[in-house]
Design a protein around this ligand. Sequence first.
Ligand SMILES: Cc1cc2nc3c(=O)[nH]c(=O)nc-3n(C[C@H](O)[C@H](O)[C@H](O)COP(=O)(O)OP(=O)(O)OC[C@H]3O[C@@H](n4cnc5c(N)ncnc54)[C@H](O)[C@@H]3O)c2cc1C
Length: 302
Amino acid sequence: MTLEELKTWLDENMPGSYRENEHMKAHTSFRIGGPADLLLIPADVDGLEKVVAKVRQEGLPLTVIGNGSNILVRDKGIRGVVLKIGNALKSMVCEGDRLIAEAGVSLAAVANKAAACGLTGLEFAVGIPGSIGGAVYMNAGAYDGEMEKVVRSVTVITSEGHRTVLAKAEMDFGYRHSCIQENGAIIVNVELQLAKGKQQDIQCKMDDFTNRRIQKQPLDVPNAGSMFRRPCGYFAGTLIEEAGLKGYRVGGAQVSVKHAGFVVNSGNATAEDVLRLIGDVRRIVYERSGVMLEPEVRIFGE
Ligand SMILES: Cc1cc2nc3c(=O)[nH]c(=O)nc-3n(C[C@H](O)[C@H](O)[C@H](O)COP(=O)(O)OP(=O)(O)OC[C@H]3O[C@@H](n4cnc5c(N)ncnc54)[C@H](O)[C@@H]3O)c2cc1C
């Protein structure tokens, strides 16, 4: 099947669900990225399941994104189909001390819902700008928390197209790692195990974390969070700063002057600018400290 044939199938089966040649800079927090051949935003889990089955059955390339807050899309864009979960699958509910959310709900909304229900455990997530699906995929974490600590089970569509529930023990969580990074499944629903807490304490902790972010992170300029994984025994930002690279620039890409662990798009940066800057930073930090930084941000496209 060609993309043209897929479009005809979508027009018949899921009208209005896709956009052609959609610039990914509109769908990433970095505000960088060339066009996706077809950007698909499924309305619900059934629609998602149906379209994934079709795309996989026809052997078309498929890329999944959540809210686009941890990705760099190259300048020539993404061939095939990009499935954006972050704008759909938005329902969530508290049941006792559990919270169940569809993959597209923003992490901030889930954290706020938990607070409103008097549930503690998710305060760390309030300022992480991704979807809960992306957060589970990345095992996102901050301050005293990590998704691993609160996930009870995850419903996925497997690479064979079946809907199945994975218990936490099957998720193989590690530092910014989950088994989904290897098995190609798509997260559709997440069940969190939280604990009863005092609403005022929960809110207080969330406000503290939010203030710390405002003080330390370049939240007023497009970026994709920490560019590099934390190397064992070091902090990437400190190594970069010690190498004299705070503020270092390639084209429109710049090592943040506020937090050297972040690379920002200071205006019309291309993916090429960011990739060249990453290459320079890795080389210079390695020469100075002997530590090779590894990107945390996921890189897609041509
Ligand atoms: C200002 C800022 C601050 C940040 N702070 C933090 C922080 O403190 N801690 C932290 O861990 N991260 C942080 N991040 C990074 C980012 O917000 C997290 O990694 C977030 O969890 C990514 O979620 P997302 O929905 O945006 O995923 P995306 O960026 O869209 O995707 C990330 C990866 O997840 C995959 N993916 C997304 N959704 C699904 C799904 N439903 N099923 C299968 N795969 C999926 C994608 O294929 C991709 O490989 C920050 C980013 C920014 C911009």
